[in-house]
Design a binder for this molecule. Structure first.
Ligand code: ARG
Ligand code: ZN
Length: 417
């Protein structure tokens, strides 16, 4: 008996950090409608005392009057937050009264949920995605190849799917999903899009005759696994910081373009930590190396995030307009109008810095800087009602409409590059 107690105690020590999957009972997500500088200042004051998980924008530093801001608060502090907001007359609504309910409600198409295997209308675990990748390459050897681009910090292999049967890869499009772990609709979209290229309608399937697609279904694999096993709200990768106190770098702040400047943080515990150096993160380095070695053929770079319903293009790190601003704006306009044509979903579009918020060290600006003119970032559904917890029942429509936008960009690139 004593031995058992001792064993339990020792095991408890070893695993105490990862003992139980985190739950979010009673956690709330607020949407505050900031109207004055005072309101903004209140948020800054609050975040010093209370842990706020910023959903949109991704940091309090980006908040300005006349902006909506979404953030999560732990259950034990939710009441104080609402009292403070009321005292300072900040209008707000509660997007989630109980976040755990939202997490559970995500997997809402029960019938499909019960099926064990990979599904395009489900959020798939990393294991299921690996299996799917292997099966596709086996089933369509002439159309789909797995390209090993290196390993994650926890040692998981990163595969880019090369889709296409163009004789020589003279024109290619690179697309990644899942830079941020909790944005589950993003990897779902990459999987869907691969399916469309293989067995979709003619006008999409024929793209692979003249274009090569390089698709990275999950960029931040370790983080994605972490959102399934430990913390659904995780954003960054899983590399420990040098001082050992915090885990994770924001991979979309780690690229070598105005690195660690505006919209990033040097603080390892921050959600927008830029890392020790540009490309300090192996996942970002692997992707950058792959793109560098194919830079002559890659004509477009597309990065998929959620949420906000936006189509963004450079610059992010400055408010200056990109040299190709006019052309990129025209393309974005066309793409969102295609998207809207299907179910009426409206997207805003424009340069990242002014349309969403400025960020340095982001992949789209970096791709643009190495000569990939057609560089875009999507923020998929929704506009915050469900946010990162977009229900599975919306995967299909979200992916269908977004496919139209990506296909629009692909066709444009084919005709103009
Ligand atoms: N939501 C994403 C992020 O916080 C993208 C923000 C816009 N920046 C960009 N480079 N597209 O990283
Ligand atoms: Zn993101």
């Amino acid at each position: 008996k004593a031995m058992n107690v001792l064993l339990i105690w020792v095991c408890g020590l070893a695993t105490s950090a990862v003992l139980a999957k985190q739950t979010f009972h009673g956690d709330k997500v607020f949407r505050v409608k900031l109207q004055t500088e005072e309101h903004v200042a209140l948020i800054h004051k609050m975040k010093e005392k209370i842990k706020l998980d910023f959903w949109h924008p991704d940091t309090a530093d980006r908040m300005v009057p006349h902006m909506d801001a979404d953030f999560r608060v732990n259950s034990d502090q939710a009441h104080s937050v609402s009292i403070l907001l009321e005292q300072f007359s900040v209008p707000y609504e509660v997007l989630f009264h109980d976040l755990q309910e939202g997490i559970d409600a995500q997997l809402d198409n029960k019938k499909i949920q019960k099926s064990k295997g990979h599904s395009y209308t489900k959020y798939n675990t990393w294991e299921k995605i690996v299996e799917w990748t292997g099966n596709l390459a086996k089933k369509y050897p002439n159309l789909v190849k797995k390209v090993d681009i290196g390993k994650t910090v926890e040692g998981r292999p990163m595969y880019v799917l090369q889709v296409g049967n163009a004789n020589s890869a003279t024109k290619a499009i690179f697309m990644d999903c899942g830079i941020h772990a909790r944005e589950w609709i993003s990897p779902a979209f990459c999987q869907w899009f691969v399916k469309e290229l293989i067995k979709g309608k003619n006008n999409i399937r024929e793209l692979v005759k003249s274009l090569t697609f390089y698709i990275l279904p999950v960029f931040n694999i370790d983080g994605y696994v972490w959102t399934w096993t430990e913390d659904r709200m995780w954003r960054k990768n899983r590399s420990p910081s040098d001082d050992g106190n915090c885990v994770g770098t924001d991979l979309n702040r780690n690229f070598n373009i105005s690195w660690c400047d505006i919209g990033s943080s040097t603080e390892p515990c921050s959600e927008i930590y830029c890392g020790a150096t540009a490309e300090s993160e192996i996942e970002a380095k692997n992707v950058a190396n792959f793109i560098r070695s194919h830079v002559d053929s890659i004509k477009a770079y597309i990065s998929i995030h959620s949420y906000s319903q936006m189509l963004l293009y450079p610059f992010s790190y400055t408010y200056n307009l990109a040299p190709d601003h006019k052309e990129l704006d025209e393309i974005a306009k066309g793409a969102v109008s295609e998207l809207k044509g299907l179910y009426g979903t409206s997207y805003t579009y424009g340069p990242s810095a002014s349309t969403i918020y400025p960020t340095a060290g982001s992949s789209d600006d970096w791709a643009y800087s190495v000569g990939i003119k057609y560089s875009f970032t999507f923020e998929l559904r929704d506009k915050g009602k469900k946010g990162f917890l977009l229900p599975q029942s919306q995967i299909k429509a979200t992916c269908q409409e977004s496919t139209l936008a990506v296909a629009y960009i692909a066709k444009y690139v084919l005709a103009h590059s």
